[in-house]
Design a binder for this molecule. Structure first.
Ligand code: F6P
Length: 539
């Protein structure tokens, strides 16, 4: 029996036939409790899901679907280290990276994690104290993380979100793209005597990162670094592949490890978070882990109706499979979270962009939506037109901090008051936009007569409020999305922890590089042959 033939799915489909044409304005008009009732709070986060196109009965049917898909068993399997990434024969134990000793599922793993945190702390403290010296004996002033995907997006997001908690003068930079365009621009601004590179790669075979690392070595040597010192004093390696780190030339004492059971896009909690710890210190990094751990505990223990990741995931399933909504927009109303949409596109789409179920059968239902996003206030001036008046239904996540201690820390009263106004302005816009998306014309006293000024409304959204944007709450927010993504995968019966879809392009690119360099393009399709010719002729 496929998922779409199961009783819970069938009941949801029948229910959807009845209510899918109901407008959110109607749902709110007939139920005065829903705003309060569908609001949950845990781990410093408040989530309001009342703006979903659902009735209380819809939630009950979705909980039945979760039961039918044996969600509790899958959650236990996740936390207890079962090889739930079955296509790679691995566990997905990112939660072990932030477990406390009292609730760790395996004492040996817990010890190994603590050991790596201790190793990381040694290097972090040395760099932050100015005791790590470059090839000419000068202290490090800049650290450049070379990594891509999960070895870039998570640390980059966290360092950028916690920019006000950064408590070192050391500059932290991220280079990911293989094209080298940003590499050259950044290196031109840095001092080779005082720059340290972090080669961050789970596999240590990713050509994008190898290419950037190679350029970094050339740059160091070109500026006077003896080759051996360029590798030994200007590189830290972070990987699950120590052999490759050594082969590359990274000094054993400058290697930080993690494990195959940490998925790349779930790895910011591991030593991949090295640059986070340099930016905010180990206490800041540990606070991030604590926040994520608090969300883990919430996810494991809260009933379905109180469980934030479960409610958010079930809303996605409802929107995707029963209302036919293809898009999901991530809209943070705080510029410090500008990288959250990019981070979540990898987390969600690389995890759940699958069309084959766990048994290898093609699915006959939709899975992951198309996720994109932007800082909300900027997006208002860009793509909200489509949200309000386009032909696509889109589910939105509105995200903002409730308080801004960073403003209170401003020494000057006039600046504080101006910034306080800006915070209120952003919150008001978040509320206004989500209301208009929900109600459409019904938000107006007099509906417009001009069709061009008509707002259909009925766009569902979640509102996610953080008590404040600190390390702990940010950890909880990221873990909230991790678990939400996992629950969606359980319902869809897909494996969220592999990513076979990204492999073929990498292989073909190697062959293509040869053709581009030599001109031997036989065996390629006609479009590629023509383009290779154009590129070679131009060069
Ligand atoms: O190509 C996709 C991917 O494998 C991601 O899953 C991963 O986060 C990224 O590449 C980087 O991989 P690595 O950390 O091994 O360099």
């Amino acid at each position: 029996m496929t998922l779409t033939q199961t009783p819970a799915w069938h009941d949801l489909a029948e229910h959807a036939n009845v209510i899918k044409s109901w407008h959110l304005s109607r749902l709110f008009a007939q139920d005065e409790q829903r705003g309060q009732r569908d609001q949950l709070a845990a781990c410093g986060i408040t989530v309001n899901v009342s703006r979903q196109r659902m009735l209380p009965e819809t939630w009950q049917l979705l909980y039945r679907l979760a039961e039918q898909q044996d969600l509790s068993t899958s959650i236990s399997a996740l936390f207890s280290g079962h090889a739930i990434n079955h296509t790679e024969g691995r566990a997905a134990l990112h939660t072990a990276l932030r477990a406390e000793q009292s609730d760790a599922h395996d004492a040996t793993i817990w010890q190994a994690v603590q050991q790596q945190l201790a190793n990381m702390q040694l290097l972090v403290d040395k760099i932050r104290a100015g005791q790590w010296r470059g090839f000419s004996g000068r202290a490090i002033t800049d650290v450049v993380n070379l990594g891509v995907g999960g070895s870039d997006l998570g640390p980059n997001l966290v360092v950028s979100a916690l920019q006000q908690q950064k408590n070192t003068a050391i500059g932290i930079h991220y280079l990911s793209s293989m094209d080298g365009a940003k590499t050259a621009a950044l290196l031109n601004k840095l001092n080779p005597h005082t720059t340290l590179f972090v080669f961050a790669s789970k596999t240590f075979t990713t050509i994008d990162t190898l290419a950037n690392a190679q350029t970094a070595i050339e740059w160091l040597v070109a500026h006077g670094a003896p080759k051996a010192l360029a590798y030994q004093q200007h590189f830290v390696g972070v990987s699950a592949n120590p052999r490759k780190m050594s082969e590359f030339g990274i000094h054993p004492e400058h290697q930080l490890h993690f494990w195959e059971w940490v998925g790349g896009r779930y790895s910011l909690w591991s030593t991949i978070g090295f640059t986070i710890a340099i930016a905010v210190g180990m206490p800041g990094f540990r606070a991030l882990l604590q926040g994520a751990h608090a969300m883990d505990v919430h996810f494991r223990t809260a009933t379905w109706s109180d469980n934030m990741p479960v409610r958010l995931a079930l809303a996605t399933v409802w929107n995707r499979n029963f209302l036919g909504i293809h898009g999901k927009a991530i809209l943070p109303y705080d510029a410090r979270l500008a990288l959250l949409p990019a981070y979540l596109t990898q987390l969600i789409m690389e995890s759940n962009g699958k069309s084959v179920d766990r048994n290898g059968r093609a699915v006959d239902y939709a899975t992951c939506p198309i996720v994109w996003g932007e800082v909300g206030p900027n997006a208002q001036h860009a793509f909200y037109q489509l949200l309000h008046q386009g032909t696509e239904a889109v589910a939105c996540d509105f995200i903002a901090p409730i308080t801004r201690p960073d403003i209170e820390a401003e020494p000057d009263e006039a600046t504080r008051s101006a910034l306080h106004y800006q915070h209120q302005l952003a919150l008001a816009n978040l509320l206004a936009q989500s209301t208009v998306l929900m109600l459409g014309d019904a938000a107006l006293e007099t509906p417009p007569t001009d069709a061009h000024k008509h707002y259909a409304g009925n766009q569902p959204s979640n509102t996610i409020l953080l008590n404040q944007l600190d390390a702990k709450t940010l950890g909880a927010l990221i873990a909230l999305y991790e678990h939400q993504t996992f629950v969606e995968a359980v319902i869809w019966n897909i494996n969220p922890f592999d990513q076979w879809g990204v492999e073929l392009g990498k292989q073909i690119a190697l062959k293509t590089l040869q053709a581009l360099q030599t001109g031997a393009s036989s065996g390629f399709d006609q479009a590629t042959v023509a383009l290779i010719e154009a590129l070679r002729n131009a060069g």
